[in-house]
Design a protein around this ligand. Structure first.
Ligand code: SAH
Ligand code: SF4
Ligand code: F3S
Length: 444
């Protein structure tokens, strides 16, 4: 009989990838996916430590899980991901219902941890950083990949931005070998993936070494993946402006399968804030980089991440951020109030910004970013865009896909279109998506 596995995922796409890998890893032990914690034989919370709110959500979910476990005492509860890595011992002390705590670099050991728990009971905790052992130990992707699939190529971060926990929760930068990535890319293509999203905390810092000892850059990796016939579209995220190499910029002009959308976090438009954040570039460096990318691929659409209310941020600093946004014209963006994280240098800075000022700035920034997103969507109306259909929509024949610029596009056409690219004439927009009518199909 199959056992029921419930996985709840918080945080970034890398956690989504890891959750799928954990499901693959546990499938041979008889675990199959279920939709709720109630009645599950095993619950995994794959957690995020990036902002305080993300962590609070985990602890409140653990309260609910503890209740569900009262009705099913043999339920196995695991906390994985970045909160597990950062606060493993605290979780064990605070949340009695938790049996297993596993960091993002150790989850390939879950089967062994489950066996150890069955033998000896008590808490089992694994939060080492074994060097790339994980990817060798994981099975080939077996879970439903979907039309668009994530593929982690790089992990960890050496940048140590002063606000950020990632270097502590994910460890040092490490790149997988090109051979193992290419094998996974082909396997995903064979299982129906048509788009691959290459993932890394600093994906453009990718530097893999092949079996002949030769170095591979992200641009070379993308170029080689583009030769796989079943893969039609390639994206990558998240990039750091400092690691945007010449060959990667050129790739945006040269590689047709590389989609014209780039998430390039800048965080702030003020040089003094950027310096205090340890971003290691100026606002002008960023603007020049955007110019070079647009020169390589004029229709490239950009998104970014912003933090408002970083310690010491003045009104003038914030205005510099607004100014940078006006100059770039983003298609989409994510913006956050600064959240002091335990153990990071910025959390100890004296000039913390009050909540009311953070709120005001976030509102003003989001208003501007939203107006740019609206304008980008408005510009798509009347255009014909090739849409890769990924799933059914609410209506009977409605299907939803993505344009090259990552817009969600709704059209009428039926589930038969899923996994295909079709030209769609864009007719209207809602707040976050486009609507259009199908034209003739493209040869795949
Ligand atoms: N590696 C990526 C970002 C990973 S974290 C990069 O270098 O850009 C995702 C986003 O969360 C960051 O870009 C940042 O905008 C936000 N973030 C990270 N730490 C934060 C904090 N302490 N408070 C608020 N936002 C934060
Ligand atoms: Fe965090 Fe900076 Fe590394 Fe991005 S580059 S993960 S923001 S430390
Ligand atoms: Fe969160 Fe860890 Fe990703 S802190 S954003 S889940 S790397």
């Amino acid at each position: 009989m199959t056992k029921k596995l419930f996985i709840k995922t918080y945080g970034c796409q890398m956690n989504a990838y890891d959750s799928a890998r954990m499901a693959d890893l546990l499938a041979p032990l008889g675990y199959g996916a279920t939709e709720t914690a109630e009645g599950a034989d095993m619950v995994i919370l794959n957690t995020c430590h990036i902002r305080e709110k993300a962590v609070e959500k985990v602890y409140s979910e653990l309260g609910r899980i503890a209740k569900a476990k009262r009705g099913k005492p043999d339920m196995l509860v695991a906390v994985a991901g970045c909160v597990a890595q950062a606060e493993g011992a605290e979780i064990v002390a605070r949340a009695k219902a938790v049996d297993l705590v596993v960091g993002p670099q150790s989850y390939h050991r879950l089967p062994e941890m489950i066996a150890r728990h069955a033998r000896a009971g008590g808490h089992v905790l694994e939060t080492d950083f074994p060097a790339l052992e994980k990817f060798d130990a994981l099975p080939q992707a077996v879970s439903d990949t979907g039309v668009s699939a994530f593929l982690t190529v790089q992990e960890g971060c050496d940048k140590f931005c002063t606000f950020c926990v990632v270097p502590y929760t994910r460890g040092a930068e490490q790149s997988r070998s090109p051979e193992s990535i290419l094998a996974e890319a082909r396997a995903l293509g064979a299982r129906g993936a048509r788009e691959l999203v290459l993932l890394g905390q600093n994906v453009n810092a990718y530097r893999g070494t092949d079996e002949h000892g030769r170095d591979w850059s992200l641009a070379r990796l993308i170029g080689t993946i583009a030769e796989i016939p079943s893969i039609w579209r390639i994206r990558y995220t998240t990039s750091h402006p400092r690691d945007m190499g010449d060959d990667l910029i050129a790739a945006h002009g040269d590689i047709e399968k590389l989609m014209p959308f780039l998430h390039l976090p800048v965080q702030s438009g003020s040089d003094s804030v950027l310096a205090a954040m340890n971003r290691q570039h100026t606002a002008d460096d960023y603007l020049r980089l955007i110019d070079r990318l647009r020169a390589a691929r004029p229709d490239l659409a950009f998104s970014s991440d912003f933090i408002v209310g970083f310690p010491g941020e003045s009104d003038a600093d914030f205005e510099a951020t607004m100014d940078l946004v006006r100059r770039v014209e983003f298609a989409q963006c994510f913006s956050f109030k600064y959240s002091p994280r335990p153990g990071t240098p910025a959390a100890a800075a004296k000039k913390q910004i009050g909540e009311a000022v953070k709120d005001q700035r976030l509102q003003a920034l989001q208003k501007l970013l939203l107006s740019q997103q609206d304008a980008a969507n408005e510009r798509a109306i009347g255009k014909v865009l090739p849409v890769l259909f990924e799933k059914s929509g609410r209506g009977k024949h409605q299907v939803i896909g993505r344009s090259p610029y990552l817009h969600p596009v709704h059209a009428e056409g039926g589930a038969g279109l899923i996994g295909q690219i079709h030209n769609v004439r864009i007719q209207a927009r809602t707040a976050n998506s486009l609507k259009g009518a199908l034209l003739e199909s493209l040869p795949a």
